[in-house]
Design a protein around this ligand. Structure first.
Ligand SMILES: [Zn+2]
Length: 293
């Protein structure tokens, strides 16, 4: 019988779901739990502690990693996830380290997902952008496997694009900024514009989504010049390579000064952020962290 002496814990703290998992030193999941995110902060924090206890099974914890919604400070370990109204300026690193007596690391969910995809997935290009396209949209950019943090977390989804839309009056971004890319291609954006979920879009509606995504990718390619863009999240994984192929066609039109990045689907599927959280629990990414501020 295999006896696991020490484990790592990963937390994916989302606005609607919390996922907690334990892994061995090789990153293999030992136990995982998924629950609804409580609205109240006190309830949420108590739940996190209980879930950590449950997935650890009383075994020694070597480190805990967490993916959370931004904004947050990865160095101080303070989070204020936008979609969790009661979670403001939560010193989660201090709370977790005092409670569990092990190192704790946290970063924006899309950065953690990017690290997961890079170190545990199948792609390791030097200039690597991970994009999640689900109810919302976000990205994590790595250079040589290091997170590009920027002055604040770069929001690739909140750029303005030259869009095609059959119902422009319905375009509204949740950030309040108007016609952002997210408002055109994310699950919530699609629902607002087309009055249906992404999986029910008709071909001509997908064509608009692909065009708008392609325009966003053209901007990203021109500014960041990644070698590859890896896509995760329900909308991207649901429509699959067909969406990426169409978007690629539009991205390439007019992109003359820089080479077009490869567009690929995630190797880790829906577990990217959770796997990434278990990976950063090891602290290995710390020596790879870099901030260009
Ligand atoms: Zn926006």
């Amino acid at each position: 019988m295999l006896i696991v002496m020490s484990i790592y814990i990963g937390l994916d703290i989302g606005g609607t779901k919390i996922m907690v998992a334990s892994t061995d030193k090789n990153g293999t999941f030992l136990k995982r739990i998924k629950v609804d995110t409580p609205k109240s902060y006190d309830e949420g924090m108590e739940l996190l502690h209980n879930l950590i206890k449950e997935v650890s099974g009383g075994v020694n914890i070597l480190g805990i990693g967490a993916a959370a919604g931004g904004p947050l400070d990865p160095e101080k370990g303070i989070i204020s996830p936008l979609h969790q109204e009661e979670w403001r300026n939560v010193p989660i690193k201090k709370i977790m380290e005092e409670k569990w007596h092990c190192p704790f690391y946290v970063d924006v969910d899309t950065n953690v997902a990017a690290l997961g995809e890079y170190y545990l997935g199948g792609y390791q290009e030097k200039h690597f952008l991970y994009v999640t396209l689900s109810t919302g949209m976000g990205g994590g950019y790595l250079v040589d496997g290091k997170v590009y943090h920027g002055f604040s977390h770069p929001e690739v989804a909140h750029q303005c694009v030259d869009y095609h839309c059959s119902h422009p009056e319905r375009i509204k971004c949740e950030c309040g900024g108007g016609a952002c890319l997210e408002a055109l291609v994310s699950g919530n954006g699609i629902k607002r514009i087309y009055k249906k979920n992404a999986e029910h879009l008709l071909n001509h509606e997908w064509k608009e989504v692909a065009y708008n995504l392609g325009m966003g990718l053209r901007n990203i390619a021109a500014i960041l010049s990644p070698e590859i863009v890896v896509f995760g999240g329900g909308v991207a994984l649901g429509r699959g390579q067909e969406l990426l192929d169409r978007a690629e066609k539009y991205m390439k039109t007019g992109l003359k000064m820089v080479p077009a990045p490869k567009l690929k689907l995630s190797c880790l599927g829906y577990d990217t952020a959770l796997k990434g959280a278990c990976f950063i629990a090891t602290g290995e990414h710390i020596r790879k962290y870099v901030s260009f501020t």
